[in-house]
Design a binder for this molecule. Structure first.
Ligand SMILES: Cc1cc2nc3c(=O)[nH]c(=O)nc-3n(C[C@H](O)[C@H](O)[C@H](O)COP(=O)(O)OP(=O)(O)OC[C@H]3O[C@@H](n4cnc5c(N)ncnc54)[C@H](O)[C@@H]3O)c2cc1C
Length: 515
């Protein structure tokens, strides 16, 4: 069965939809409303585990406005006619839904054309951007103007600074900048009925400090627009890192399985003291006692800052790791920033604020990999950041593997321990997505089962693909799903006709919940 083509959104009459399309064309211009099957197919999710199947989530149409006033006018019509809308910024959310809506038949509101970098302040280290601004765009603007501030790119540089942050994405330079939602400061949001809100200090007309003080006055509402469906974000501010003078990195090694306990405790101390600010990593190798060669665990701690200061910070980190019996240590030479082009060619560029697309070479077709996958989805629960939890997760993985996979080799990769989110430990298992429907079905079932089993232990996913949004939301079940009930109450209040991104992160509007 092929992916369904949906000419009219669910619950909307043909006449109402035709009327809305006509009015939208008046607002944005005829060429920017897409209703033909070929154009709408461009919004399919190439990483969907339901590719070409009835469950694949597809749009009915798309609109690409160029200004906030156009977004407001579009939303007023959608609100009046109860047409489901799915806003995207650059729509490159591969692994988490691409540019396809969660509710099939929604109209994609494509904000790519709103791609103005509205302000970059070197002096106060912030930027204000529209949703269509990609990491490449912001990087190029800063380079052209010769400003000494860094952006924090995720691995794929073509995504949206706004869209990535709204989906809970992250990058690879220093904390706190690599937590993209955490580093934002101020938003402009179009609500379902077309009303326009600015958050934080932006709520003062003619505000002078919108990108400087995040909290503003009164209840802070920005979190309502993260991983949610409460509004359409049309501007967002971000704190930038002043370009650091230098970079240095050290790696501690330990030999025994149980050494992961003091290794993670030491890492936690160094990060919580803000001695280490770079994106750290934990490596698993060898066997217990390093029997299979090499250390059992490694921990890499990069540091950004002034040369003399980071030298002292790394020496402190080295001394702390040296307290673990039998541990080893190595370090990279200190690098002065900006790097030369030769240096830049030899490093992971996103760690030096340079966006690129090299991540897509991993797993691509090559002489060694003649049958690449069509994409990936990630099972990535957050577990306590302790060595005991890490060992428990590996045991959990081994013990549940046969049940979850039915004893078959489903080709997934991992678990990999990730420490790039401060104070969190993520144990990621990478599931392949292929064009083999039977294999995809087995992987989807395995993923769902692991979400459930992890949830029973108190471990939850921090971000997920549309196929699993309801499953993951179901694990956040304290007090009979009190958080979901609160989300629904807020949703019903700010979007009473339930038109924005129905189903995103497990939040469904009232009429769909009741149906
Ligand atoms: C190989 C590979 C590596 C990756 N590495 C990383 C990584 O290092 N870090 C990382 O974070 N991600 C990573 N990703 C995931 C993903 O590709 C990126 O997060 C990407 O930036 C998201 O796409 P986007 O920026 O175009 O966001 P969009 O697709 O535009 O937005 C994401 C979602 O947010 C919502 N949204 C977007 N804009 C708005 C708006 N204006 N108003 C309301 N709601 C909105 C929508 O629901 C949308 O679907 C990786 C993916 C792959 C395949």
């Amino acid at each position: 069965m092929a992916a369904p083509h949906i000419p009219v959104p669910p619950g909307v009459s043909e006449a109402d939809f035709a009327d809305a399309v006509r009015q939208w064309k008046d607002i944005v211009g005829e060429p920017w409303v897409f209703t033909d099957e070929e154009s709408v197919a461009l919004y399919r999710d190439g990483y969907s585990p339901f590719w070409d199947e009835a469950e694949e989530r597809v749009a009915s149409a798309a609109i690409a406005p160029d200004a906030t006033e156009q977004v407001q006018a579009i939303m007023r019509i959608a609100h009046e006619k109860r047409i489901p809308i799915y806003p995207i910024s650059t729509g490159r959310n591969l692994g988490y839904g691409g540019s396809a809506p969660v509710l099939s038949g929604s109209v994609v509101l494509d904000l790519k054309r709103m791609n103005r970098v509205l302000e970059v302040s070197e002096r106060n280290a912030y930027a204000l951007v529209e949703p269509g601004v990609s990491y490449f765009d912001l990087y190029n603007t800063i380079e052209e103007r010769g400003l000494k501030v860094w952006i924090d790119p995720p691995d794929p540089g073509w995504g949206s600074v706004v869209g990535n942050a709204l989906d809970g994405g992250g990058g690879w330079t220093a904390y706190p900048f690599r937590d993209h939602f955490g580093a934002h400061c101020g938003m402009e949001v179009v609500l379902a009925n077309g009303d326009l809100v600015r958050t934080g200090m932006g709520a003062i007309s003619n505000s002078k400090t919108w990108q400087q003080n995040r909290w503003g006055y009164g209840p802070w509402v920005d979190g309502l627009f993260r991983q949610s469906n409460m509004g359409v974000v049309t501007k967002m501010g971000f704190h930038l890192m002043p370009r650091p003078d230098a970079y240095i990195s050290g790696t501690a090694t330990v030999q025994n399985e149980q050494d992961i306990v003091p290794l993670l405790d030491t890492l936690n101390l160094l990060e919580n003291q803000h001695v280490v600010n770079g994106s750290t990593s934990i490596g698993a190798g060898g066997g217990p006692g390093g029997g299979a060669g090499g250390p059992r665990w490694t921990c890499t701690v990069p540091i950004y800052g002034p040369a003399s200061v980071i030298r002292a910070q790394l020496d402190y980190a080295k001394a702390k790791f040296a307290q673990i019996p039998g541990s080893g240590w190595s370090e990279t030479p200190l690098m002065t920033i900006p790097l030369t082009s030769e240096q830049m060619a030899s490093v992971r560029q996103v760690s030096f604020a340079k966006p690129n697309l090299s991540t897509f070479s991993i797993g691509a077709r090559s002489a060694f990999n003649p049958n690449p996958t069509s994409g990936h989805i990630w099972f990535s629960p957050i577990v306590p950041r302790t060595g005991e939890a890490m060992i428990e997760f590996y045991r959990f993985y081994q013990e549940s593997l046969a049940e979850v996979t039915g004893g078959e080799n489903l080709n997934f990769l991992g678990p990999i321990g990730l420490t790039n989110w401060e104070r969190s430990l993520i144990l990621m298992i990478m599931f392949p997505v292929t064009r083999d429907k039977a294999m995809n079905a087995k992987n989807v079932a395995a993923f769902r089962r692991w979400v459930e089993l992890a949830g029973q232990r108190g471990w939850g996913e921090y971000r997920t693909a549309p196929a699993f949004m309801d499953d993951v939301a179901g694990t956040y079940d304290f007090n009979n799903h009190a958080l979901r009930r609160l989300h629904e109450t807020i949703k019903d209040g700010v979007d009473p006709n339930g038109i924005i991104s129905a189903g995103r992160y497990g939040i469904w509007p009232k009429h769909i919940r009741e149906a």
